[in-house]
Design a protein. Structure first.
Length: 417
């Protein structure tokens, strides 16, 4: 078992002090956007090795002995640790984005390599060959945009806006509603998405007029989708993504709720803090709410133009007191470990909980403390501590320490079939 040191990335959209406040560490004064726990080469966790306190990147540690640390089945299926765990804190809206499928990622990565694009080129779309399905567990109230709404619902929002506006803005709303009224759902969403991204004078003129109308009209402000527009525009004034957000489902999660996102699904996280888990990839195609590169043709090529409901994921409760979230992606599953007081415990071992492991595991303690116990030793985790448990050290048990309560999250691959 290896203790980990993890880096907090200071993207501009981060929430100052949110991650350090959760983990009980000292804030650095910069925006705290994401803390990465894993073996991604861009920002690998640092593992403590040996009694002398030596340190090595988790990616290097695993590469030196993948059969033992990942387990033979995981090592045979994946080129390294297949998942990446993050603590994510959005103080401002993240970019509207889409992730490619595995086939799209591999093809795009090879194409950009052949074109001579540097790995860190700002115009690069594909930074690796992997898809990037993901899930997020809300630790606070968490607001996101996820997947296309039914075209008729989006059209209703634009029609409501149009009724409160003068020409020519009312005519622009009517045009958008007419695009959404196309009999083929995919074409309705595709044409409207492309029109709003196109940067036309009409759309550029509509946006400030729409925001002004929402500010003075209580009926418009009562629509949650419309009410969100001024909040988004506050951080991304004039961005095409502001109006584009009306095509997407507005999702409000309470703490403990989870959603998952597959390839081709347009989404954006707007505000809140959560535990995010994904395949070990950094492939993102952006469509708005960002100053970064937007490749509209490639974005259009990988986006799935179909309406989706909110993809909520519920936990499976096992007889051993495990609470496990299993999305439809083989690379990862998430376990929520809550060691309550003795009086609240009805599970195995007086409240001790087995750590689900299908090969390697990363555990992060976010409240209190707990003992992670394996046949080879144990580690006492306090709030903010994390460990990597290799496959050859299973089974692991999360145990209460001196009757203290504790809460943690553990990520492992799903069983290899």
């Amino acid at each position: 078992m290896y203790r980990l040191t993890n880096t907090i990335r200071d993207y501009a959209w981060g929430s100052a002090g949110a991650i350090s406040g959760l983990l009980g560490t000292a804030p650095n004064g910069k925006p705290e956007a994401e803390m990465w726990l894993g073996a991604h080469p861009v920002e690998p966790s640092i593992a403590s090795v040996g009694e002398d306190g030596g340190q090595v990147g988790l990616d290097e540690l695993i590469a030196a002995d993948p059969g033992s640390l990942l387990g033979s089945a995981v090592a045979a299926q994946y080129s390294g640790l297949p998942f990446l765990m993050k603590v994510l804190a959005a103080g401002k809206p993240l970019s509207i984005q889409v992730h490619p499928s595995a086939e799209q990622a591999a093809t795009g990565f090879r194409r950009e390599n052949a074109a001579g694009l540097a790995p860190d080129a700002p115009t690069r779309n594909y930074r690796d060959e992997s898809h990037k399905p993901e899930m997020i567990y809300a630790l606070s109230d968490f607001v996101a945009l996820s997947g296309f709404r039914a075209p008729a619902r989006a059209a209703a929002s634009f029609n409501a806006l149009g009724a409160a506006l003068r020409a020519p803005d009312a005519a622009t709303c009517a045009h958008i509603a007419s695009l959404l009224a196309a009999p083929d759902e995919a074409e309705a969403l595709r044409s409207t998405f492309e029109y709003l991204l196109g940067g036309s004078h009409e759309v550029g003129h509509l946006q400030p007029a729409a925001l002004e109308a929402i500010g003075r009209n209580p009926d418009l402000a009562a629509d949650p989708a419309l009410a969100e527009l001024p909040r988004i525009d506050e951080h991304h004034p004039g961005d095409a993504g502001v109006l584009l957000s009306l095509l997407l489902n507005l999702v409000v999660l309470s703490p403990g709720q989870v959603i998952y996102l597959g390839s081709g699904i347009v989404h954006a996280y707007l505000r809140g803090i959560g535990i995010e888990v994904m395949a070990n990839s950094d492939n993102v195609l952006r469509g708005g709410l960002t100053p970064k590169h937007i490749d509209v043709p490639e974005l259009m090529a990988i986006t799935r133009f179909e309406a989706h409901g909110v993809p909520e994921l519920r936990a499976t409760e096992t007889m051993y007191g495990q609470q496990i979230f299993t999305p439809p992606y083989a690379e990862f599953q998430l376990q929520h470990i809550d060691l309550g007081s003795d009086e609240d415990s009805a599970g195995m071992g007086g409240g001790d909980v087995p750590v689900a492991a299908n090969g390697p595991v990363i555990v992060l303690c976010v409240e209190g403390r707990m003992l992670i116990d394996t046949p080879r030793g144990n580690e006492l985790l306090h709030r903010g501590d994390s460990v990597f448990i290799p496959a050859n050290e299973a089974p692991a048990m999360a145990r209460r320490s001196a009757n203290a309560t504790g809460r943690a999250f553990a990520v492992t691959p799903q069983p290899v079939l």
